[in-house]
Design a protein around this ligand. Structure first.
Ligand SMILES: [Zn+2]
Length: 411
């Protein structure tokens, strides 16, 4: 039909400049090629071939790649970012309900932040949610209180122990379909078969487009809410996320991450389980590591003295990803830490465990004890001998403070 249009326009306007038609044809061809790549199984085959060429493992099948892509657009990134940023604190009804039913409080908070609303005394989980996904009413109810939702998660998650993501997924898609998906993932020899994002190919299309999408939106918010802080929380934030005067160029610029005054050699931790998407070096970021936590969530660690992980491998939450340093464009040693959702940077202080937001009520005991940090930063001498005590409102901070007013960086 498009060729007829072109022929038609050619016939009715014979004196149309040749150049314009050439440009039109080129644009049309580019759009068509993109459509074939992005929306058809042929594109999925091409992508699978690329993955094979890159030596990437863990691919269920070319069709799964296609189906997985269909799903990737399901998680509404702006809703995810808004929901997690706006509701960092845990409302009391959520805390009470989670405690009562012994479920992960952040999972319930994520559910309510995507699919419900809270007042100081009550939280409701309602349909339809903010996103275009479907929250399946539990036991025929379209509206649940925080307490009922907590009870439903607890029941759905019985078989999954402490894995809150699987509990949420089971609550949405049902326990039996999830069990089948888990066993199929196992049969496909997926090492990360428990990661919810690899389950998509094992559900029917209607589940994928409906309740699974709903589950993934909640799980994405849950992951953001449970990101670990990348360094010991005692290290000072030397430059927050947002607009600022650039310390090197002196111009007003947007700062896409948070700077931490971590001396060279300080251990830095993975914010969550994930894959090492990139471990590289450039003149601006220095040595850096990009972790992919799934569902569009990534964290980036810049100016490292050395990276502790290898591209293409997987890391666990709070595992050491590298040692802080001053490589790249910097005015002193520090960590430039970025959190992004579908490539859009968000304020790291507003999600997960941050010194600003606090550790969260459900914070499990950290798997990395403080003495595990191998390189002890230089002890800091008090800047002023007298009057220092009166000036410092915080009593005896055990963590070393940043010795220098470290600047930021351009990225
Ligand atoms: Zn920075």
């Amino acid at each position: 039909m498009t060729s007829t249009d072109a022929a038609l326009s050619g016939a009715t306007a014979p004196d149309e400049p040749q150049q314009r038609r050439g440009f039109f044809d080129f644009t049309l061809m580019a759009v068509l090629l993109y459509a074939v790549y992005a929306m058809t199984p042929l594109g999925a085959i091409a992508e699978t071939a690329l993955n094979v060429a890159r030596g990437q493992k863990q691919r269920p099948s070319w069709l799964a790649t296609f189906k997985g892509r269909e799903l990737a657009t399901a998680v509404d990134d702006s809703a995810v970012a808004d929901a997690s940023a706006a509701e960092g604190k845990i409302p009391l009804p959520i805390a009470t309900a989670a405690e009562k039913h012994k479920i992960d409080v952040e999972a319930l908070a994520a559910l309510v932040s995507v699919h419900g609303s809270c007042t100081p005394t009550t939280c409701d989980v309602t349909a339809p949610p903010r996103t275009s996904t479907v929250f399946p009413p539990v036991a025929g109810k379209a509206r649940l209180s925080a307490d009922e939702a907590a009870q439903a998660i607890a029941a759905a998650g019985k078989e999954h122990g402490k894995n809150a993501e699987l509990a949420v997924e089971a609550m949405f898609v049902g326990s039996i379909p999830l069990k089948l998906a888990l066993s199929q993932a196992e049969r496909s020899a997926l090492e990360n078969g428990e990661d919810v994002e690899v389950h998509a190919p094992f559900f029917t299309p209607s589940v994928r487009r409906g309740s699974l999408q709903g589950a993934l939106s909640v799980i994405a918010v849950y992951r953001l809410r449970t990101l670990a802080w990348p360094a010991d929380p005692g290290f000072r934030i030397t430059s927050p996320f947002g607009d600022r005067m650039h310390p090197v160029t002196g111009k007003q610029a947007f700062h896409n991450g948070t700077d931490l005054g971590t001396p060279t050699g300080t251990s830095l931790f993975a914010a969550h389980n994930g894959g090492v998407k990139r471990q590289s070096r450039d003149s601006i970021s220095g040595n850096y590591v990009v972790l992919d936590h799934g569902l569009g969530i990534e964290t980036v660690y810049c100016h490292l003295d050395s990276a502790g992980v290898v591209e293409g491998t997987r890391v666990r939450r709070k595992e050491i990803v590298g040692l802080s340093g001053s490589t790249g464009r910097v005015t002193g040693p520090h960590l430039h830490y970025i959190v992004r959702v579908h490539d859009k940077p968000i304020d790291p202080e507003k999600v997960g465990e941050s010194p600003t937001r606090g550790g969260g009520l459900s914070d499990p005991p950290p798997p990395v004890p403080p003495e595990k940090a191998p390189e002890k930063p230089k002890p800091v001498k008090p800047k002023t001998a007298k009057g220092a005590k009166a000036a410092d409102p915080k009593p005896a901070d055990p963590k070393p403070a940043d010795p220098k007013p470290t600047g930021g960086d351009p990225i």
